[in-house]
Design a binder for this molecule. Structure first.
Ligand code: SAM
Length: 244
């Protein structure tokens, strides 16, 4: 049982969750999959006029904490915490319009969406914030007939996060490498785009430097692969910088 002082000090949705929330239309019925502490549902019902949020959480303990926090803020009439596995917790009669999955790995998000099967088509919008493997997630969305309509970067405690907004539709682009970075990000004017690309380039440089130190024949393929990607990243950075 979580104590009330802990609950009180906990509810401070950071920039990451506020960015996720910015893509949820006012008044939408939402399901937050992997809600943990239910900060996002609380934010949505108190600040974005969402009439109802289904907060889904697999861990019994986290779900219990979420219920306590929801009750503490007197929002149990608007937020229902369900202890269940992913989108399987939802039924058509819930009337959910927007699915949010934030703070889980890109691969896990793909698995959760896949497990929903055809029922995924019920939802108007997916707002996804992967903690890695974003390119895998973009590829999966593309293969499943989704268009990435918006993307946004945010930075919290020096770490970059990508928020992906998808709706049914089609996407066209010439270079599949763009899925690594996000088509909407690369063509847009996100203020964090250049720092994020520079951060990625530094990471690639570091990895290549380490591979050079531990030079072995087995690394050659990996080195070449990374060098091609590094060059593509630098090309994108140059194009984006020239646009500014
Ligand atoms: C790192 S937390 C993210 C919490 C919150 N969404 C955020 O962005 O701050 C991930 C949460 O997802 C829950 N989770 C993982 N797999 C799940 C699943 N299949 N169904 C529901 N919840 C799940 C975990 O128990 C954990 O509480």
């Amino acid at each position: 049982m979580i104590d009330l002082m802990t609950i009180y000090s906990l509810f401070k949705p950071g920039l990451r969750l506020a960015t996720v929330a910015s893509f949820i239309p006012r008044g939408a019925v939402v399901a937050d999959i992997g809600t943990d502490h239910a900060y996002l549902p609380l934010y949505l019902v108190t600040k974005k006029s969402c009439p109802r949020v289904v907060a889904v959480e697999k861990s019994q303990n986290n779900c219990e904490n979420a219920r306590n926090i929801i009750c503490f803020y007197n929002q149990a009439h608007k937020i229902e915490a369900r202890c269940a596995d992913g989108l399987k917790a939802l039924q058509e009669r819930d009337g959910v319009e927007v699915i949010v999955i934030a703070g889980l790995g890109g691969k896990t998000i793909c698995q959760l969406l896949m497990a929903a099967g055809n029922s995924l088509d019920r939802y108007r919008r997916l707002v996804l914030q992967p903690m890695g493997d974003a390119s895998l997630l973009r590829r999966w969305l593309l293969s499943r007939g989704y268009a990435i309509i918006k993307e946004k970067l945010c930075q919290e405690r020096k770490r970059f996060y990508e928020v992906i907004v998808a709706e049914k539709g089609s996407m066209k682009f010439t270079d599949p490498f763009i899925l690594e970075l996000g088509p909407a990000l690369v063509s847009g004017s996100d203020p964090l785009l250049i720092p994020w690309l520079e951060h990625k380039i530094n990471r690639y440089d570091e990895i290549l430097q380490n591979l050079k130190i531990s030079a072995s024949k087995g690394n050659e393929g990996k080195r070449q692969f990374l060098q091609i990607r590094l060059k593509k990243l630098k090309d994108v950075l140059r194009d984006v910088s020239q646009r500014e």
